[in-house]
Design a binder for this molecule. Sequence first.
Ligand code: SAM
Length: 446
Amino acid sequence: MKSKVYIETFGCQMNVADTERAATGLRQSGYELCNSADDADVVLLNTCSVRERAERKVYTRIGEVRAARPGDRNLVIGVMGCVAQLEGESIFSNAPTVNMVIGTRATDRISSLIERVREGERKVSDLGERGEHEGWDVLPVERHSPHVAFIPIIEGCNKFCSFCIVPYSRGRERSRPASEIVAETNRLKSLGYKEVHLIGQNVNSYRPRIENGLEGFSGATPFCRLLRAVAATGMPRIKFTTSFPRDFHPDIVTAIEDNPNLCDWIHLPVQSGSDRVLKAMRRGHKRADYLERIERVKTSNRRLSLTSDIIVGFPGETDEDFRQTIDLVEQCRYDSLYIFKYSKRAGTPAASFPDNVPESEQKARFLELERVQKAIQEKIYREYVGRTLSVLVERQSSRSETDLVGHSTCHKVVNFPGTSALEGEIIDVEVTEAKTNSLYGVVRAA
Ligand code: SAM
């Protein structure tokens, strides 16, 4: 009988994509994938280390998985993803019930690690680089959605922001050839996918070693050319995330203006509104540079939705620095904002910075910024009432049996009454009500 593998995923879209890729490789090697740790012979936890809390969760989860199967000596537990890459074999001493440590570039070699454990090795690890010929193929059955697909276009990060662990957990930037990305988009389109997300830590830093697939497409940067090449496939909706401010060329907005299937949403994390803090964060951009880029977004001939990430309570952040962040948020009027309390990450430069902001102050700043954003967002969302949005119907709502849920092209969550026959369709929804983080509407007759 085939061994059953269960993969539980934490963290960002890149981890979701890695899980899809690992599942594809395992199925091709003869394993069966299952949906619960209780049914599995092998449990893999695909982990995130971007903040301390996410990292701690892994150890709690390892304990739970083991406690649910006391005495089951056949159960194999593996830790994959960012925590695995960073902590390496020390995981074996922190959590002695773990059998495998699988780094971020070892996703295609998991089956051979499982075989080694089955053959009697108690602890195995692979923290190596990707192999030359390891593919990016993902079987449709392993995709997280039958309608929306993630396409990694760049892995890793070269930016070394002082707070961030990603360059250490995911290594240097490596871009996929455009020909592969375009071919994958075409394949997904022929399978009926309606939306793709081009993903990476910094998508607009895309810089492949070879031109293949970009010939004939103009653009100020390789990413702008890639956007035009992917748009030319005719995939109905194309989104991309995350963009890095320093590499955000205005031609990205021009590409969106020229191609209706490039969606009207830009996620551009700013992290702080204070030049002093941005410098300490080693972001490589100042407040004014960011606002200049935003100006092009705000004055586009399409109404582009803009979202961002902000860290509050970075070491040395004064009340005056924080006021500048509030001021920037009021100026940018984000459609939505992810706010994080600074979390110290061992091994990053900021971990040794003095003047840590006390937890109580971090919390107060978090809540104040959240209040400011909520007021801005309420106004923006109210402006949608009466408008009709194009929505990709993704699934039944988890809150109501009679409602469906999907995303607009501007990446708003939209709920509306409807039957499952609409799932996978792109439909027009007239917005009738604005909620805090979503819109409610009714289907407009075609
Ligand atoms: N590469 C993107 C960038 O920096 O522009 C974002 C990737 S990061 C995985 C997602 C978000 O997590 C960041 O934008 C940042 O706001 C937050 N983050 C990263 N490191 C953090 C830390 N040490 N403490 C708190 N938040 C953090």
